[in-house]
Design a protein around this ligand. Structure first.
Ligand code: COA
Ligand code: AMP
Length: 623
């Protein structure tokens, strides 16, 4: 097999040949005649004349190939003490039947279905059932509050919403149904129906005529066959935080997605059909879409769906128990989870309680892997700990250490090297490339490889404005970083107003919009500050209106953000300040404040309106 460098070079010099060959791993109903449509830059389409069904690629073809009795999905719920394994044949049966149920409710090719669910098998079945029908799913993370759900419903306009009576967080039951009802009550485009999984822990009331019990619709449904779709048709829309309060609907197509994920399973994660792969994330995030649901099943591997936390369910050995019990070969999680485990078990004693001889790799992504966490995990587990960098937009790794291709030497603090198809460049002003070692904006030369976003949902203009305008011909990742002399990439953090809290991507702009609705708030800014476990935490700086009381204001603001955005925002830090530093044109100096809060020697912009404001604020920011 060619080494990394040869593979990478060939993907850049001849992407058509590279991805054309990779496409052979997919079962097409109409194989690609053309690999890349580059006739309408900056929009690119992979496999423009091909057809396939993604669900058939994840289930039917493995059953047809004799893998029907192999475990496809292992559900391990630490919060309900339940385990259940679905073979490929069983998962196919349930998925085909739920697809039949959705069809009876009026869902067809191109229609949208919102999925707002906890980590239960029905969430995976619902996603795959949509794919089977050629419908477009849009999963909304369960930690989001009704308003955020409502914004997504109105943008994607689903025919049906699939949900559950509750989620189970350590120490509390999260009632999903009242949040769903509240969201549906707010929208302009309500769904025709909601299908609700009634969980034993808490059953909910159903709205007559609109809501249906999952068990009832399944009982009355007939399994349906997969519907072929164009490779360029959307498989899903996944909303992610941008720099404003309005989330971006990242579109994923069917064909490029299947090709890229299949390629990544073997070449990056070193996984073969029959291996057990566990992404300890959530189906509400891109990691869950790509590496809990689609990639392992496309390959014919076994995926683990874990409902629980790294700590407290019941102890910091939870991950090691699951890995050993289900024979996991590669575990993928976020650094924050490892930091949480380390905090409770600094000596790594729980690691020794389990037979982890089958665990070959720990892959980490979602936020920067700090060298301390990297060293701790490497030492305690004694296996390669692989940092890799990607985003909701790309759907798979931009930079990684490709374990199934060539294990390159690891460097703490670096996600190693760009993956095939990603022509990564570090740019500074006016599109000039930085020297080796110099930090700049991490960009990717167009076209992006298969599997990455072709556009934003119903928002081609926003797609161009957000990603493609600053440096024409390049995709702007929003991260800053540099290459070292060995070609290793170092990703230093976001250069926009996106923050990463416990691996969850949030917009400071969205939090600011909520704070600004409080009657006492005159103006505000939210910045990300360092947090020992979560990597970053949002911190609000508010200026109150003349004469407004500040009694209890911080608590009210914390509650407001929790109610409007959701618990996942982890918004707990609020400071009332006399004024915010601004430029003479009135722009709040967020970057400067971020730098000071991070303890950096931040240059003061020459455009600052009143340096005394910043002087007064600096001790608060540093404190
Ligand atoms: N539904 C409802 N509420 C949820 C939720 C969900 N699916 N997920 C999280 N929440 C709630 C939590 O209960 C918590 O509420 P609280 O403020 O009442 O305690 C809040 O949202 C914040 O959750 P979280 O960020 O998960 O923090 P935590 O303190 O509960 O746990 C970690 C910290 C590090 C253990 C946890 O964040 C973790 O496991 N992270 C892994 C990150 C990850 O999977 N990222 C995905 C990208 S790979
Ligand atoms: P998300 O879209 O939620 O996956 O978040 C993507 C963002 O998370 C990236 O733009 C980065 O800022 C950050 N990120 C993800 N993985 C890494 C990594 N390995 N190193 C540094 N930052 C990362």
């Amino acid at each position: 097999m060619p080494g990394y460098r040869d593979l990478f070079d060939s993907s850049i010099t001849d992407p058509v040949a590279f991805w054309g060959a990779a496409a052979d791993a997919v079962t097409w109903t109409r194989p690609p005649g053309r690999i890349l449509d580059d006739s309408n830059p900056p929009f690119y389409r992979w496999f423009p004349d091909a057809e396939l069904n993604t669900c058939a690629n994840t289930l039917d073809r493995h059953v047809d190939a004799g893998r029907g009795d192999q475990p496809a999905l292992v559900y391990d719920s630490a919060v309900t003490d339940t385990k259940r394994t679905y073979t490929y044949a069983e998962l196919l049966e349930a998925t085909a039947r739920f697809a039949g149920a959705l069809r009876k409710l009026g869902v067809g090719k191109g229609d949208r279905v919102v999925i707002y669910m906890p980590m239960i098998p029905e969430a995976v079945i619902a996603m795959l059932a949509c794919a089977r029908l050629g419908a477009v799913h849009s999963v909304v993370f369960g930690g989001f509050a009704p308003h955020e759900l409502a914004v997504r419903i109105d943008d994607v306009r689903p025919t049906v919403i699939v949900s559950a009576s509750c989620g189970i967080e350590p120490g509390r039951v999260v009632e999903y149904k009242p949040m769903l009802d509240a969201a549906v009550g707010m929208v302009e485009h309500p769904p025709r129906h909601c299908v609700v999984v009634q969980r034993d822990r808490h059953r909910c009331d159903l709205v007559e005529g609109r809501d249906l019990d999952w068990a009832d619709v399944m009982a009355g449904a007939e399994p349906v066959d997969p519907v072929p779709v164009a490779a360029t048709d959307p498989l899903y829309v996944l909303y992610t935080s941008g720099t404003t309060g309005k989330p971006k609907g990242i579109v994923r197509d069917n064909g490029g997605h299947a090709v890229a994920l299949l390629w990544s399973m073997r070449h990056i994660y070193d996984i073969e059909p029959g291996d057990v792969f566990w992404a300890a994330s959530d189906v509400g995030w891109v990691v869950g879409h790509s590496y809990i649901v689609y990639a392992p099943l496309l390959l014919g591997a076994t995926t683990v769906l874990y409902e629980g936390k790294p700590v407290g369910t019941p102890d910091p050995g939870a991950f090691w128990r699951v890995a050993s019990e289900h024979g996991v070969k590669a575990l993928f999680t976020a650094p924050t989870a490892i930091r949480a485990i380390r905090k409770e078990d600094p000596e790594g004693k729980y690691v020794g309680d389990y037979d982890l001889s089958g665990l070959k790799y720990l892959f980490l992504a979602g936020e920067r892997l700090d060298p301390d966490t990297y060293h701790w995990a490497s030492e305690k587990l004694g296996i390669p700990v692989i940092d890799h960098w990607w985003q909701t937009e790309t759907g798979w790794a931009i930079a990684a250490n490709p374990m199934g291709t060539e294990a390159l030497p690891l460097k703490a603090g670096s996600p190693t090297v760009p993956m095939p198809g990603y022509d990564v460049r570090i740019l500074h002003d006016h599109g000039h490339e930085c020297e080796t070692g110099q930090e700049g904006a991490i960009c990717i030369r167009l076209p992006l490889p298969p599997g990455t976003l072709p556009t934003l949902w119903n928002a081609d203009d926003r797609y161009q404005a957000s990603y493609l305008t600053e440096h024409p011909g390049y995709y702007l990742t929003g991260d800053g970083g540099r290459f070292d002399e060995d070609g290793y990439l170092f990703v230093m953090g976001r250069i926009d107003d996106v923050i990463n809290v416990a691996g969850h991507r949030l917009s400071t702009g969205a939090i600011e919009e909520v704070l600004a609705t409080h009657p006492a708030v005159a103006e505000c800014a939210v910045i990300g500050v360092a947090d020992e476990i979560k990597g970053q935490a949002p911190r609000g700086l508010v200026v109150v209106k003349a004469g407004a009381s500040t009694d209890g204001l911080a608590d009210e603001l914390v509650k407001l953000v929790r109610d409007e955005i959701g618990a996942v925002a982890s918004f707990k830090l609020v400071d009332v300040v006399p004024a915010l530093p601004k430029t003479r044109s009135g722009k709040i100096l967020r970057k400067t404040m971020r730098g000071i809060a991070a303890g950096r020697d931040e240059p003061i912009p020459s455009t600052i309106e009143d340096p005394a404001v910043l002087d007064a604020l600096s001790p608060i920011l540093r404190g």
